[in-house]
Structures are given as C-alpha cells and as structure tokens.
Design a protein around this ligand. Sequence first.
Ligand SMILES: NC(=O)C1=CN([C@@H]2O[C@H](COP(=O)(O)OP(=O)(O)OC[C@H]3O[C@@H](n4cnc5c(N)ncnc54)[C@H](OP(=O)(O)O)[C@@H]3O)[C@@H](O)[C@H]2O)[C@H](O)CC1
Ligand code: FMN
Ligand code: PLP
Ligand code: K
Length: 518
Amino acid sequence: MRSSMRRVTTMTFSFLLQSSPPLPPVLPKPLLSHEHRYSLSSILPLLTQRSRLRTLSTKSIPIMQDSTSVSYLSQREAAEIDETLMGPLGFSVDQLMELAGLSVATSVAEVYKPSEYSRVLAICGPGNNGGDGLVAARHLHHFGYKPSICYPKRTPKSLYTGLVTQLESLSVPFVSVDDLPEDLSKDFDVIIDAIFGFSFHGAPRPPFDDIIRRLLSLQKRPVIVSVDIPSGWHVEEGDNEGGGIKPDMLVSLTAPKLCAKRFCGPHHFLGGRFVPPSVAEKYKLELPSYPGTSMCVRIGKPPKVDISAMRVNYVSPELLEDQVESYPILQFRKWFDEAVAAGLRETNAMALSTTNKDRKPSSRMVLLKGFDENGFVWFTNYESKKGSDLSENPFAALLFYWEDMNRQVRIEGAVERISEEESETYYHSRPRGSQIGAIVSKQSSVVSGRHVLYDEYEELTKKYSDGSVIPKPKNWGGFRLKPNLFEFWQGQPSRLHDRLQYSLQEGNPAWIIRRLAP
Ligand SMILES: NC(=O)C1=CN([C@@H]2O[C@H](COP(=O)(O)OP(=O)(O)OC[C@H]3O[C@@H](n4cnc5c(N)ncnc54)[C@H](OP(=O)(O)O)[C@@H]3O)[C@@H](O)[C@H]2O)[C@H](O)CC1
Ligand SMILES: Cc1cc2nc3c(=O)[nH]c(=O)nc-3n(C[C@H](O)[C@H](O)[C@H](O)COP(=O)(O)O)c2cc1C
Ligand SMILES: Cc1ncc(COP(=O)(O)O)c(C=O)c1O
Ligand SMILES: [K+]
C-alpha cells in the first residue's frame, strides 16, 4: 500500500471528471477510434419507454400528507367560484377549460404511461365537464396517447365546435354510442369520464344512463379517470347508494367538491392552477401548492402497493460480446457518457462496499470524482467507517445503477489513498460551505444534536468570511480503486439479462471477457 501510495503522488490531477477527459495515453492507438460522442437523439432509443415518458411529465409530484387541510366545495360554491372567475376576474371559459383539460392530461400522464395505457376513450357530456374531456384528449394525443372520443350530445356553441374541429384535425376518431363495444375492456386502456361535472342533478338520462351502466361493469381494465365528479355521483353526497362507478383516479378541479370525500380510489389529483388569492381568501380555500411548473398535484394519501408485485420488465438493446470495447475502462467511458447525455441525475453516484477486519461488509453511496486507467477516485473522511474499513481491508466494490437505462456496472479491486497534493487541489475546488462541512463533520462519529454541527459551521463561516484559504483537514482526501474486475449488466425481458464480465488473471495484463448467466 505504501509503495503504491508513493507512486500516485507523481500523478497529475487530470483524472478528475470532465465532460470528455483525454483518453489514457497508455492505450494502443487503434482503440482510440472507437470513442464516440453521443448526441441526446442518439441516446434516446437506449432509454426505456418508461424513462422517455418521464421526461414528458413533471419530475416530482409532492404528496399532500394531510388530506384534511384541503377545502371541499358545495355545488353552489363551485358554481359561484366559476362565475367569479369568469366575471370580475376576467377569465374566459375557454381559458379555464384549457387549463382544466391540461391538468387532467398531466395527471393521467403522471400515473398511466402511454407505453402501457395508450388507448384512451374520452366520454364527453353536454356541459363544460365534457369540454374538459375534449381538451384533455387533445393534450393526451400530443403526449403520445391514442385517444378516441365519444361525444353523443354535442352543444352547438363555438367553444365546443372549435374543440371538435381541433381533434378532427389531429385525426382523433369520434365513436358514436351505438358503435361503442359493449365490453369496453378489449379496446381501451383508460376511460376519461368527462360526462357530468358539478352541475349534475337528478338521475342520469339517456344515453348517459346506459354508458354509466357499462362503466360500472368494468373490472381492472380499462382504468377510469373521472374529471371533477365521478359521473352519476351526487355532487355533494357522493355515491350515496354505493352502486355508482368506482374511478381509479379523480382529478378535482379548482378544489375538490364535497363528494370527493367519499372517493377511495388510489389516485386523487387536483388541477386548476389558476386560483387568484382573492378567490382563495373569499371562499377560505385551503389548497396545496403545486410543484415546480406542474399543472397537477396529488392530494390525499398515496396508493397502497403490493410490494411483492412491484416489478419492471426490462426492454433494452442487446449487449453483445462483439460490440463492446476490449478495454473495460473504454466501455465504462462509453456507458458513462451515454448516461450523462441521457440527462440522468447524479450519474457519478455509486455504492461503495467495504469490509472490516472481521469480514463484516458495509455499503454507502459516494460520488465518483474521476476515473482513468489508474482507477476510480472518490473523496471522504479517512477516519470514517469506510476509511477505517479500508485501512483494515484495502479491497472494495463499486456499483453504479443507471435505472433509466436498465444498466448496472460492478467494479472491484484494491484501494489506495491518492496523494495529499491531489486531495488538496480537489478540496479547494469544492464550494466553501462543503469545505467547512468537511472540517465540522467528524464523519461516522455520534453527534449529540444537529446544533453541534451548525454552531461550529457558523463559527467557521464567520472565521473564513474574509475569503481566506480554508485549510483541508489532514483526515480528508481521496481514495482510488484500481479495478481487477468489471461487469456490465443490461436488463432484458424475462430476467434474461446480458452480463459481460471483464476480469484480469494473475500476472496477465489482458482483460478476459466472459458472459455470465443472468
Ligand atoms: N373551475 C374549474 O376548474 C372549471 C371547471 N370546469 C368544468 O365545468 C364543470 C361544470 O360544468 P357545467 O357546464 O356547469 O356542468 P356539467 O358539465 O356538470 O354538465 C351540465 C350539463 O349536464 C346536463 N345534465 C345535468 N344533469 C343531468 C342528468 N341527470 N342527466 C343528463 N344530463 C344532465 C345538463 O343539462 P340540464 O338540462 O340538466 O341542465 C347540462 O347540459 C366542472 O365540473 C368542471 O369539470 C370548466 O371547464 C371551467 C373551469
Ligand atoms: C448520492 C450520495 C453521494 C455521497 N457522496 C459522498 C462522498 O462522495 N463522500 C462521502 O464521504 N460521503 C458521501 N455520501 C455520504 C455517504 O453515503 C455516507 O453517509 C458517509 O460517507 C458516511 O459513511 P460511513 O460512515 O460508512 O463512512 C454520499 C451520499 C449520497 C446519498
Ligand atoms: C459527506 C459527503 N462528503 C463528500 C461528498 C462529495 O461532495 P463533493 O461533490 O462536494 O465533493 C458528499 C456528497 O454527497 C457527501 O455527502
Ligand atoms: K365527470
């Protein structure tokens, strides 16, 4: 260990990750030509359908933990709020309908990905709820779904005829009630129930009575997404007879109506991100905040899941022996670049597994800060648990999981400290707050409270507020793992994954590539 430590002190700092660091000069020339630059469009086919879709939808949907803090509206309040918005507040019905329909489409896209739920039937009623359904269908078309529309009682107002024309111009098919299959489960994955909204009263009249009866008979598929009110439910009392439709998703608009208290399906979303504060104040509306730029927010409890049934069937391009690089470091570079180009978050995050002298393993995430033919580098506190493990047993394993690409990379080898000089250079490249953080944190030791760290952090922040150099703690620095084994794993259907292992035999510099059973 000592001698190898001395060897690394002569290295320059060039291993640190750059977008495309120079290739190691020790590699034979012809291999250099194998290096590719990847544009995002060339990478996209490598991503799964699932991940491609994720880029369409909002990144994170915060969940309202306390559903009691959302206001519920009576039928009269809902109608009054609409009048206020469209009267003194200057909104037009077209505008509100566009936003409502977009909220419905984004909510659907959050939960039901078009790779699995592409065939959508929007059943639209005669009022504005039906209009929301028409708008949602248009957006879903643009999101990659294949919507069809059933719109039996058309209103001859220009708002609605315009929405119909827009859908026709996209070749979205309109299906008459007579042409609807009796069993909707064969032809559709999702039904948008945009039949009745908050102006529904009495019992459903034809042809909607029969359509609602058909929705009632559906089992698991297609899923039903109700816009604002599950059609047929009493706007305030809900499904009071217990025989109404049971939607899988309810997208409440502006604020949930009283009937939504009776909704016990798995997905309750709120849309209608346009309520001005004056309206919220007047009606004492308590509404959750919408995340980022999202048009919808999940309200209520997240769905209960059957963990044992949670699984993904991976579908990816094949990983073949004659397509991979002869040098694992080049193959790693290729996959790393592809992961970066695909926009994955923290591509350089890796699990580091160590063992202590009693052969007890432990794992944690660290950030890769550079790699080349000499090894893989990360930084940490030498007196931490991992630091002490590595001094007792200088062998470790690294693991990368690039979920959106169905890829995993395992790397194993011997570990050594990098030079003080390299650690110094890297330490001072970090944000000053993190430099102070490294001084404050006696990593892996017990702390009596958060304040202990923060008090010292504040003190040091003041001390170094003049911009002077923050000295690197002696016990903070880098490790380098020199690999003797790599495995590139590409997820495939039916768990028949591709696994290509590169290993080094004692005293032989050539890498042997072998396929392992999945
Ligand atoms: N604030 C928002 O977020 C916005 C929500 N919008 C949506 O608008 C609906 C409310 O729209 P409205 O037009 O007032 O009403 P409905 O869509 O519920 O439907 C009224 C039509 O339905 C007929 N109706 C009523 N009861 C029955 C029944 N039992 N059988 C058959 N037909 C029925 C009614 O006809 P009537 O002759 O009975 O009056 C109407 O033709 C709201 O829920 C949101 O989805 C807006 O997009 C704007 C902003
Ligand atoms: C994504 C991610 C990256 C991390 N990167 C580092 C790192 O580069 N260095 C580090 O010391 N700790 C890092 N941590 C914190 C470690 O996971 C761990 O909590 C800490 O190093 C203490 O581990 P130990 O007690 O096993 O030594 C990271 C955590 C996460 C979730
Ligand atoms: C405790 C700790 N140390 C070091 C790092 C690496 O951070 P940096 O990128 O600032 O070097 C991390 C990253 O999460 C960390 O949590
Ligand atoms: K509805």
